[in-house]
Design a protein around this ligand. Structure first.
Ligand code: SAH
Ligand code: SF4
Ligand code: F3S
Length: 474
């Protein structure tokens, strides 16, 4: 492995100073040419990454870049990568590969790669050796180094394949960077970073470091400002939000209860909760809440206790069902969604059958299903693997089972009027608008531009497994 370039610590004042240097450089260019330099940000992966990209775009704007949606016209391309499954990494590498052609036309183009993929030694090495047109990398905990590294690239005209320091992994990035929000009515608010759970299949703890929580006051201030600015849905983000504030006097349920007191017409949601510590206290807070969306994403992963143990999940089916039962007792209308992995190493046909049974027992509203993908450096990657054909077949059966359940669960919505946060024109048909219910279900209805970003009443007249259709109502 080649020598590592570990980023030295940087203060907030230093970050700003470098940001202004890049800005001055960009302004000189704009005065001379009459056009601004542009930055394109591409995001893969989860909501946490989307939230990080809003910080990357925020810093780019602060540095005088205009944000563009077209990579071909960019002077700076930032690729925020994901490493959760092989497919996500392959896709990012393939797109980075295509940027070679843009770089050939514009030799001054700067390409930065950040996110979970670049937190792995072997991927950084690969980027360094096989992608010479990638100018720099930044890890997930060192986003706030972006202006300094960019300035070094500009000034020293060399590449920087960087590694974050131990110190960076103890910090929360949120306070360090301006945010350029994609939406004017839905906002992400990161409340914690990292993960301590080390599920045996998962790369996240290796890419994002140990858990650390933001200060409660900072979160409350950010949410209050967003509500006052007219944001309608605010989603608190963390790999395991239930671990928020561990060891402090404010746990996650306390935080949610406090946020719920913020006046206004808005929904508060959060993701993701780990079943091992989704507490009754949190469920009680939700049930009593005014703004808290009655929606719970509770990844089950497998319905078999032996597999759950091998996954290092620290709960069994009995515990999971107990939580679901309590949730439904307190909130009969709660929407429960989940993640399932099929083909975890050693999963037998019978054990997979337990997962199908679990779907029938719990009856999730929506399910995100994944084919197990071995991740280098995780314990499960070293275990006896299930053949691809078997995994594919189980995946198809899981989907078929879930689709039938979701369709049945949506059917009683027909004839009912639901409150929907409107997202504007749907993809593919400008006359049909889309929005989401409090439970996160997608709804299609005829709309007008004025509805975007507002709460709308929709009377549902048709449902399917993945969507609801209706007409706007008073
Ligand atoms: N922190 C969240 C989820 C993060 S990853 C949690 O613990 O619930 C999102 C989902 O990706 C996981 O819930 C899991 O279902 C899936 N996943 C993670 N690693 C995977 C792997 N190696 N192969 C396939 N799916 C995986
Ligand atoms: Fe991965 Fe498990 Fe942490 Fe979720 S809780 S991020 S699945 S290690
Ligand atoms: Fe992917 Fe990293 Fe999120 S691996 S799913 S971007 S935490």
């Amino acid at each position: 492995m080649a020598k590592q370039y570990i980023l030295p610590p940087i203060s907030l004042a230093e970050r700003k100073d470098y940001s202004f240097r890049v800005r001055a450089w960009n302004e000189t260019y704009a005065h001379a040419t009459g056009k601004s330099r542009k930055c394109f940000v591409l995001t893969f992966g989860c909501q946490q990454n989307e939230a990080d990209s809003e910080k990357i775009a925020g810093m780019a704007e602060e540095m005088g870049y205009e944000i563009t949606a077209t990579p071909e016209e960019a002077d700076l391309i930032m690729v925020n990568t994901c490493a959760i499954r092989e497919h996500a990494e392959k896709k990012a590498l393939s797109i980075i590969g295509q940027y070679k052609h843009i770089r050939a036309k514009n030799p001054d183009l700067i390409i930065g790669v950040c996110g979970c993929m670049t937190a792995q030694d072997h991927r950084r090495e690969e980027l360094k050796m096989k992608y010479p047109y990638v100018t720099f990398t930044l890890g997930t905990a060192s986003l706030h180094h972006f202006p300094k590294v960019l300035w070094d690239v500009i000034e020293q005209k060399r590449r920087f394949i960087t590694t974050e320091s131990e110190e960076d992994f103890t910090k929360t990035v949120a306070e360090c960077a301006p945010i350029r929000r994609e939406s004017g009515y839905r906002a992400w608010v990161s409340i914690m970073y990292g993960c301590n759970n080390f599920c045996s299949y998962c790369i996240v703890p290796y890419c994002r470091g140990r858990e650390r929580s933001r200060a409660k006051e900072d979160i409350i201030r950010e949410v209050r400002e967003l509500v006052e600015a007219g944001y309608r849905e605010i989603t608190l983000l963390g790999q395991n939000v239930n671990s928020y504030g561990k060891g402090s006097d404010c746990d996650f349920a306390d935080l949610v209860a406090e946020l719920d007191t913020i006046e206004g017409d808005w929904w508060l949601s959060f993701m993701t909760s780990h079943p091992k510590d989704a507490s009754r206290k949190l469920i009680d807070v939700m049930a009593a809440g005014k703004h808290i969306a009655r929606r719970f994403h509770l990844p089950l992963q497998s319905g078999n206790d032996r597999v759950l143990k091998a996954m290092n999940r620290h709960y069994d089916m009995a515990k999971y069902l107990d939580t679901v039962t309590y949730m439904r007792e307190k909130m009969p209308d709660v929407v429960i969604t989940s993640d399932i992995i099929v083909g975890f190493p050693g999963e037998t046909e019978e054990e997979f059958g337990d997962t199908l049974k679990a779907l029938e027992t719990v009856r999730f509203d929506m399910l995100y299903s994944f084919i197990y993908s071995p991740r280098k450096g995780t314990p499960a990657a070293e275990m006896e693997q299930v053949p691809d054909v078997v995994k594919g077949n189980r995946f198809d059966r899981l989907m078929a089972t879930q689709n039938a359940i979701a369709a049945e669960k949506n059917l009683p919505m027909e004839g009912k009027t639901v409150r929907v946060l409107c997202d504007g024109e749907s993809k593919g048909n400008p006359e049909v608008y889309s929005g989401r219910t409090e439970g996160g279900k997608i709804v299609f209805f005829p709309g007008i531009p004025d509805m975007t970003g507002k709460f709308i009443s929709v009377r549902i007249d048709r449902t399917e497994a993945f969507a609801l259709w209706g007409e706007t109502a008073e």
